[in-house]
Design a protein around this ligand. Structure first.
Ligand SMILES: [Zn+2]
Length: 696
């Protein structure tokens, strides 16, 4: 049985100049990834090593950041009531390059061969095709992928969508919500999820599959199990879990990806991903280029403050979301903005939607080939008259988008793109572009994780090889890591709005941690364990639970910068106190990034030169520390309904004289080596402390 139907491609896919282009399909290994190194024993990548063996396993172990992550091999195990014993195994190496390595592991059993065809890519993406080849009719009760993880590395897990997009909820119901949890000390089971991640605050592993078409299960609630052992936690994926007779070959596609996928940028590189934003090139020219006087514009001011990039949002072209413009005036405005920005050392990033406008040339000609099905029409607030349909990653859209983005680089010299939702992998049954598998009259949807990865990989090539030092911002709540390795930054946080609307009334005022538990933030968002930096968005005009100060309180203690809709630079007239605080913190981080190395000490360790004393469970401290300068920047949040007083010990010698100066409106007092901070109910404080000259 095959997973994808490839026979029914669109009849309206008449030849287009972009269809079938090969842009970005290369063996190049872009920065910051490293080429693959292979020995008889292992496949080595950046901070990761896959151990090979002569046994039946796919991998004997996986080392991440120099630590052995698994407590046993990654295996596909066949059972007939009890686990079957292999007769022998063989491993054949196939074509390999600096960017990928292929091998086939065949394991011979009585009456059948289990064949795993494995491809490892330079970012740690492993795709596997498991093929059961019977020599006669065979009986199986169970076929599972088993990944045993050392218990100390398996403290958090997450699966499926956080805040399922409205379009998905309407069609597939509301219970599939990507969520993160603390790992319980008991077995858990759930139905198919296209991605499951298990790990801790430093590292982890994601398992994924594009579809569960063909899985044979007695009970669909037991498609995926997490088994709590004494020394290990085993992720068990049940491809077959029912008495089954097989006569013909049986194929499953799946994959794994250890995390972090790439090095997390240091403060200097992270802070450079922050952007200011304007709706259109025209607005930038009118408001930013000559608002003060012709000699000194706001764009100059932006460059002077250290800002490195500006984002032009939905109105840069005539079709919101479309990756191009046909309007000569808009072309000229865009060229002018890029030119003026580059003169000042600023990069220009363009907004691109995951949709095809009805009136665009391609939309008019072949809409049905592009769209995700069930289809979803999108009307934008800014330009309601423009309708578009939501697309997904597929052979038409991928070729189209790559081709068009390359033109944006060639014609306008843009430096990056912000992708609105492309990395949110949603289920699709559009068989015109090969999505969905018909089984007994029902079309089983595809979650195009692999094709989304291909799309992102090709875009990454455009902005990191073809044009270097570009920026790809993935606006996506969901950590589908195979595609997110090729994003420079994630924009998250809007999913909280959906979750909040589903669970609370507009006026309710509870701690934000009820909506987004801290362990969930650590698992899904924090970034270090996944290897992808992020910016947390706050939406204006929402209820108190997810207002700007609450977003800052949860975001900053994870070392993540929040971003409000309009950073203050671009809208002094619309800015409130919270905007100004974040701008101040941003500028402080810029300043810090120019002044030595700042280590981030997160609250979940409560270790290092500063410690929360007698910690109130709802008050958390994280901080940046520079030991060369004896300076720290503290982020303290109170997730309690009452005011509280936090006491922090500052490691130092008697006679040290520390000085505290808050960035937020927070009272702080420092006496010898003890810092006292007054925190309002559900409030937060950002405080700088430094060692003054010694008292004599
Ligand atoms: Zn599709």
């Amino acid at each position: 049985m095959m997973m994808l139907t490839t026979s029914s491609y669109a009849k309206d896919a008449i030849k287009n100049e972009w269809l079938g282009n090969k842009i970005g399909i290369t063996d190049d290994v872009p920065e910051p990834f490293a080429p693959i190194e292979i020995s008889n024993k292992s496949i080595r990548l950046w901070k990761k090593e896959f151990l090979l063996s002569a046994r039946a396993s796919v991998f004997d172990n996986i080392n991440i950041l120099g630590k052995q992550f698994l407590s046993g091999p990654v295996e596909v195990k066949p059972y007939n009531k009890k686990v079957l014993t292999p007769l022998r195994s063989s491993e054949t190496w196939r074509k390999n390059s600096l960017s990928s390595f292929h091998f086939i592991k065949k394991t011979f059993y009585e009456g059948f061969i289990l064949e795993n065809t494995v491809k490892v890519e330079y970012d740690g993406f492993v795709s596997v095709t498991t093929n059961i080849i019977p020599e006669k009719q065979i009986e199986l009760t169970h076929l599972s992928i088993e990944i045993p993880i050392k218990k100390s590395f398996a403290t958090l897990y997450s699966h499926y969508f956080l805040g399922t997009p409205l379009e998905v909820r309407k069609v597939f119901g509301n219970k599939n919500d990507f969520k993160g949890y603390l790992m319980p000390d008991k077995d858990i089971a759930f139905e198919f999820s296209p991605a499951v991640w298990i790990g801790n605050e430093e590292m982890g592993i994601e398992w994924f599959s594009d579809t569960n078409a063909g899985w044979i299960l007695e009970n669909k609630e037991k498609a995926i199990e997490i088994i709590a052992g004494k020394e290990n936690t085993t992720l068990k994926i049940n491809l077959i879990y029912k008495s089954t007779s097989l006569k013909q070959a049986f194929v499953f596609h799946w994959g794994i990806m250890p995390t972090p996928v790439k090095p997390f940028p240091d403060l200097k590189n992270y802070i450079q991903l922050y952007t200011a934003q304007e709706d259109s090139a025209e607005h930038i020219i009118n408001k930013w280029l000559f608002p003060i006087d012709k000699e000194y514009s706001k764009l100059d001011e932006a460059a002077k403050t250290g800002l490195k990039s500006i984002l032009i949002h939905q109105l840069w072209n005539e079709f919101p979301g479309y990756p191009g413009t046909f309007d000569e005036k808009k072309k000229a405005l865009l060229k002018k903005v890029v030119n003026e920005a580059h003169k000042r050392g600023l990069k220009v990033i363009l907004y691109i939607g995951k949709d095809m406008p009805v009136d665009s040339p391609e939309g008019k000609k072949m809409m049905k080939s592009f769209i995700k099905e069930p289809s979803h029409i999108r009307k934008r607030k800014a330009l309601r008259k423009y309708k578009s349909f939501t697309t997904d990653a597929n052979r038409f859209y991928n070729d189209f988008l790559i081709y068009k983005v390359k033109i944006l680089i060639d014609e306008f010299n843009i430096d990056g793109i912000m992708l609105d939702g492309h990395n949110m992998v949603v289920p699709c049954i559009n068989q015109r572009h090969g999505h969905g598998t018909k089984i007994n009259g029902t079309v089983i949807p595809v979650y195009p994780i692999s094709e989304t990865r291909e799309l992102m990989k090709r875009l990454y090539w455009l902005f990191h090889v073809y044009k270097q030092n570009g920026i790809i911002i993935a606006h996506a709540e969901t950590p589908f890591l195979p595609s997110l390795s090729f994003a420079d930054l994630r924009w998250v946080g809007e999913g909280l709005v959906w979750r909040w609307r589903n669970q609370y009334s507009a006026s309710e005022n509870k701690p934000i941690t009820q909506l987004l538990p801290l362990e969930e933030f650590r698992g899904i968002y924090a970034g270090y364990n996944l290897g992808i930096p992020l910016i947390f968005l706050a939406k204006p005009k929402v209820g108190p639970m997810i207002a700007k100060d609450r977003i800052s309180s949860i975001s900053l203690i994870h070392g993540v910068l929040p971003r409000f809709q309009y950073p203050p630079l671009t809208c002094p007239e619309k800015c409130d106190d919270q905007d100004k605080i974040i701008w101040e913190i941003y500028r402080n981080w810029l300043d810090m990034s120019e002044n030595g190395k700042w280590e981030f000490y997160p609250y979940w360790n409560n270790k290092g030169p500063l410690k929360m004393l007698a910690p109130n469970n709802n008050a958390k401290l994280s901080y940046h520390y520079n030991d060369k300068k004896d300076e720290a920047v503290l982020y303290i949040s109170n997730f309690d309904l009452k005011d509280t007083r936090a006491v922090v010990s500052v490691n130092g010698k008697d006679g040290d004289n520390w000085i505290c100066s808050p960035i937020t409106d927070t009272l702080c007092k420092i006496n010898k080596n003890q810092l006292e901070v007054a925190l309002k109910a559900m409030g937060y404080g950002v405080i700088k402390i430094r060692k003054a000259a010694k008292l004599l």
